[in-house]
Design a protein around this ligand. Structure first.
Ligand code: ZN
Length: 147
């Protein structure tokens, strides 16, 4: 992914990247010629989408390696690493019939990811049964309106 400064016809340089740990993502690109800056913000859903596509912000071209995210988090650390409660296993979470039905309406290529987002949301809050009401709450809490 690259950004082009149209006025200068120059590829902007990647200058900053933030992964605050809450799933949101910010990247700043700047033009070396005129100094213009552009910031890209992504909510957790969009961040996961980018990550799942293997796109590396900043123009990295190396192939992604297994467990990269885990190794990155080990290397960079997380401020809340020791305060986050251990999430319940996603596998223990059940889906109501109508929630399943709603999930089935999600386009196939993102369904697994969407399911994981809702499952994580439920696991983190000790919710064992995902219903359409839980999905509505998750969308509102996570800023996923329109899904
Ligand atoms: Zn420029």
């Amino acid at each position: 992914m690259k950004f082009l400064c149209i006025g200068c016809d120059t590829v902007m340089d990647f200058t900053e990247r933030q992964l605050p740990g809450d799933g949101t993502f910010a990247a700043v690109f700047s033009c070396a010629r005129c100094g213009r800056e552009v910031a890209m913000l992504a909510n957790p859903m969009e961040t996961q989408l980018v990550a799942s596509l293997g796109v590396r912000i900043g123009g990295r071209t190396l192939a992604e390696q297994p467990m990269e995210l885990v190794r990155q988090q080990l290397a960079e650390g997380r401020d809340d690493a020791f305060v986050e409660p251990a999430p319940a296993s996603r596998g223990a979470i059940r889906w109501s019939d109508d929630a399943r039905q709603r999930l089935a309406n999600v386009p196939g290529f993102v369904r697994g990811m969407v399911k994981r987002i809702y499952s994580d949301y439920a696991a983190e809050r000790g919710i064992s049964l995902i219903t359409p009401e839980v999905m509505d709450r998750a969308r509102a809490d996570l800023g996923l309106e329109g899904m």
